[in-house]
Design a protein around this ligand. Structure first.
Ligand SMILES: Cc1cc2nc3c(=O)[nH]c(=O)nc-3n(C[C@H](O)[C@H](O)[C@H](O)COP(=O)(O)O)c2cc1C
Length: 483
C-alpha cells in the first residue's frame, strides 16, 4: 500500500458529490418533517423506494444527523456513479464492469488525514443512538445499520476483508455485526477467536458508490475489496488509520465506527431479509471504541427486506453466484447447449437453472438433472444454492421464462418428468429448510418425448423473424412503393 497526501479530482469520489448530482437531476427528495425512527421512518422509506427516489430525512426524532438513502435503487444510477452510460446500463453491462474491475484491481493509498475523522468521539461521547438508525419490521430485534461496510484483517495473512454486514444496536457503545456462514467475515471471526487475541473491527458508513459496490462483491478470501473499489472508481481508495485501533478505513466516508469484538457475548437476532422473510442470525458483540465523522455528516441507510436498493446491491454478489453455477454445470454436463442460471428475490434465495439440449434419448434429461445438481462451484455446490433445474429442447430460449414455462406445461405429461429430490443440504438462507438445513430440490424434464416429436413441434412461420414492418406499412399520408 503506497502513501500519498489527499489530492484528487475524480468523477464520483465520495458520496456527497453523487448526492449533489442526484439532487441537480431532480432524483432526490428531502423530508424536513420530524419522523419517528420506528415504523413511521421505515414506512416512508419503503414508499420512497417504490418511487425509486433517493431521499434525505433531515429530522429523525432523537438523532443528531440526517438520514440519506435510495441513491442506488435503480441500476442506471450505478452506471452514472461508475462512469458508464446510465441510459444503457443493465445487468449485463454491470456484470461486465465488475469483472473488468476484478481483473484490474487498483491498490488503495494511505493518507495522513481525511474528512471521515474530522470529529472524533470517544469514551462517554460515544452514543450509537444519536445515529438515525431505523427499526424496519415488526419482529426485528431492534434498530439495524444496513449500509455499513465492515472492515477487518485476517490475523495470520493480514489480508483485508470488506463486506456489507447488517448491524444491530444493543447499547450506546455496543452492537452486533452479523456474518453469514458464507461470508469472509465469518472466517475472520473464527480465526481471531481461535488466536485468543482481541479482534479489531471497523464500520464505514456513507462511502462512495464504487466502494459500496465493491464491498457487496463476493471475492475469493485472498482478494481485497478496497482494490476492486479503486478500479471501479477509476482512482485509488484513500484510507486513514483508525484512532483507536490499527485498521485502515476510507478517508472519504461520512462515519467510521471503530470497535473490538467481544467473543464472550453472542447475540441471537432477527431482521426482515432481501427475499421477504425473517432471517435469524447469531454473532459476537462488538464494543465500540470510537465514532469519527465528517463535520456535517449524513448517515446512510438501506431499506431492509425485499426492496429495490437492497436488491440492486445484492445483484453484485448474484452475478458471481450465477457465473459459478454456470461454470460448474458446464463441467458436469458437457452436452448442454445453453445454460441460464438466475436468482431473483421474487423466487426466494435460491437459484433456478434452465439447460437446453439436443436430446438423444428420453432418460437423458433426468440424468442431466442429477449430474447438474451434483456439480461443484467455487462459491457453493450447485445443489446447495439451486432450487430447480429445468431441461428443455434446443428450440426453447433458455433466457425467456415464458418460452420455458410454455415447454414445461406443454411438453411434460408423465410423472417421471417431474423429479422431487429430498434431503438436500441447503444454504442457510433457505429459511423454509428443515432440521439439519435439509430441503427439497426440483428437476423438470420439459423436453418432448422422442415418440411425440412430430405432434409437439411448435407452429412457426418460416422467416418471420426477418420481417421488418416498416418495409410493408404505408407511411402517414402516402403509399409504400412496390419492392
Ligand atoms: C444491504 C445488504 C445487507 C447485507 N447483509 C449481510 C449480512 O448481514 N451478513 C452477511 O454475511 N452478508 C450480508 N450481505 C451480503 C454481503 O455483503 C455480500 O455477500 C458480500 O459479498 C460478502 O462479502 P464477504 O464474502 O467478503 O464476506 C448484505 C448485502 C447487502 C447488499
Amino acid at each position: 500500500m503506497s502513501t500519498a497526501t489527499s489530492n484528487r479530482e475524480q468523477r464520483v469520489h465520495d458520496l456527497r458529490s453523487f448526492v449533489r448530482r442526484l439532487e441537480q437531476d431532480g432524483e432526490l427528495l428531502r423530508i424536513s418533517r420530524a419522523v419517528d425512527p420506528g415504523a413511521e421512518l421505515a414506512g416512508v422509506m419503503a414508499a420512497l423506494e417504490r418511487e425509486r427516489k433517493a431521499f434525505i430525512f433531515e429530522n429523525v426524532k432523537g438523532a443528531s444527523y440526517p438520514l440519506l438513502g435510495g441513491t442506488l435503487n435503480k441500476l442506471e444510477r450505478f452506471g452514472l456513479a461508475l462512469g458508464a452510460d446510465p441510459a444503457s446500463f443493465g445487468d449485463a453491462e454491470f456484470d461486465q464492469l465488475l469483472e473488468q474491475a476484478k481483473a484490474n484491481p487498483l491498490e488503495p493509498v494511505e493518507v495522513s488525514a481525511g474528512p471521515s475523522q474530522s470529529v472524533v468521539l470517544q469514551g462517554d461521547d460515544i452514543d450509537l443512538y444519536s445515529l438515525p438508525v431505523p427499526k424496519f419490521f415488526e419482529l426485528d430485534s431492534g434498530r439495524f445499520i444496513t449500509a455499513a461496510i465492515g472492515i477487518t484483517r485476517h490475523p495470520e495473512s493480514g489480508i483485508y476483508n470488506v463486506g456489507v454486514y447488517r448491524t444491530l444496536l444493543i447499547g450506546r457503545d455496543r452492537c452486533v455485526i452479523n456474518a453469514s456462514s458464507m461470508s469472509d467475515l465469518r472466517q475472520h471471526y473464527l480465526a481471531w477467536e481461535a488466536s485468543g487475541q482481541p479482534m479489531p473491527i471497523a464500520l464505514a458508513i456513507g462511502v462512495d458508490p464504487a466502494m459500496l459496490t465493491a464491498a457487496a462483491c463476493k471475492l475469493p478470501p485472498d482478494s481485497c475489496e478496497f482494490r476492486v473499489g479503486g478500479a471501479l472508481q477509476g482512482a485509488p481508495i484513500e484510507l486513514v488509520r483508525c484512532v483507536s485501533n490499527d485498521l485502515l478505513v476510507p478517508a472519504q466516508a461520512e462515519f467510521i465506527i471503530e470497535g473490538t469484538v467481544d467473543f464472550g457475548e453472542r447475540v441471537q437476532n432477527l431482521l426482515g431479509e432481501f427475499a421477504g422473510q425473517y432471517g435469524p442470525e447469531n454473532a459476537p458483540a462488538t464494543q465500540v471504541t470510537a465514532i469519527t465523522h465528517r463535520p456535517d455528516a449524513m448517515f446512510y441507510s438501506i431499506m431492509a427486506g425485499r426492496n429495490p436498493e437492497h436488491n440492486t446491491l445484492g445483484n453484485v454478489a448474484v452475478y458471481g453466484v450465477q457465473r459459478s453455477i454456470d461454470g460448474a454445470i458446464r463441467e458436469a454436463v458437457p452436452e448442454a447447449k445453453r445454460i441460464h442460471a438466475f436468482l431473483e428475490p421474487g423466487l426466494g434465495t435460491l437459484a433456478h437453472v434452465v439447460i437446453s439440449i439436443d436430446k438423444t434419448d428420453d432418460d437423458q434429461p433426468q440424468d442431466i438433472i442429477r449430474r447438474a445438481f451434483a456439480g461443484g462451484g467455487h462459491i457453493f455446490p450447485v445443489s446447495m444454492i439451486t432450487k430447480r433445474i429445468i431441461v428443455v429442447d434446443d428450440d426453447i430460449d433458455v433466457t425467456k421464462m415464458d418460452d420455458v414455462q410454455w415447454a414445461i406445461w406443454n411438453r411434460a405429461a408423465t410423472e417421471r418428468k417431474f423429479m422431487v429430490i429430498p434431503d438436500i443440504k441447503s444454504w442457510e438462507l433457505e429459511r423454509a429448510a428443515k432440521e439439519g438445513q435439509l430441503s427439497v430440490r426440483i428437476g423438470i424434464d420439459a423436453t418432448m418425448d422422442l415418440a411425440d416429436v412430430d405432434k409437439l413441434v411448435r407452429p412457426i412461420v418460416p422467416g418471420a423473424d426477418q420481417i421488418r414492418l416498416e418495409d410493408y406499412v404505408d407511411p402517414p399520408g402516402g403509399k409504400k412503393s412496390a419492392a
